[in-house]
Design a protein around this ligand. Structure first.
Ligand code: GSH
Length: 199
């Protein structure tokens, strides 16, 4: 199988961490592409009509996409325990929460990098940061007990989301007021899977 990817993408990183946590690297080739909303890579479009990464080109069956679909597929494929049935709704909600932080943070990046300066809206960027920062605060307030439990996709998603905020929006200082989450993140970053996938 081939994973169409770019190392800086937090959605991609989630998949790359899952590949390492489940020891599936020998079954998936990671293929680096360059794709943006303004210039889609044709190989990505062939796999995913939206032009977004990650996309997983499988040896049999159609390509699959959206990071949440790929991570769940890999978990089934590798007989993993990242989606435990006993607390599935909690896990899926935390995964969605992580994706929401990523979405807001990626949109902020695109606004600054891809839109001509005269068309950029600081109100819109601040609104996206409002979404990301209040979601990070909610994770710090309500999810720490879950994050200190057994590894699932929610942990991986939150770690990748926060690391992306560090990568592109470090000056926002997400750690301020989120001490418990900051300590958890520092510890999670010591995992081999996170070290191996740093952009
Ligand atoms: N919901 C998607 C979001 C993926 C996404 O937005 N990927 C970005 C890179 S971080 C992308 O491919 N952007 C190119 C585009 O929007 O055309 C997922 O979870 O896979």
């Amino acid at each position: 199988m081939k994973l169409l990817m770019s190392p800086a993408s937090p959605f991609v990183r989630k998949v790359r961490v899952v590949l390492r946590e489940l020891d599936l690297l020998d079954q998936v080739e990671e293929v680096t592409v360059t794709t943006t909303p303004l210039a889609s890579d044709p190989s990505v479009v062939a796999a995913n009509p939206t032009g977004k990464i990650p996309a997983l080109v499988r040896d049999s069956g159609p390509a699959i996409y959206d990071s949440r679909v790929i991570t769940r597929f890999l978990n089934d494929h590798g007989d993993g325990s990242l989606y435990p049935q006993a607390r599935i709704w909690e896990v899926l909600t935390l995964e969605a929460t992580a994706d929401a932080i990523m979405e807001a943070a990626v949109l902020m990046t695109y606004e600054a990098r891809l839109r001509p300066e005269a068309q950029q809206s600081s109100d819109w960027v601040e609104a996206q940061w409002g979404k990301a920062s209040r979601t990070i605060a909610a994770v710090n307030a309500r999810w720490m007990s879950h994050l200190h439990g057994p590894l699932d996709i929610g942990h991986i998603g939150i770690a990748c989301a926060l690391s992306y905020v560090d990568l592109r929006h470090h000056a926002r200082g997400w750690r301020n007021g989120n001490d418990a989450l900051a300590a958890w993140h520092a510890d999670f970053m010591t995992r081999d899977s996170m070290a191996a996938t740093a952009a």
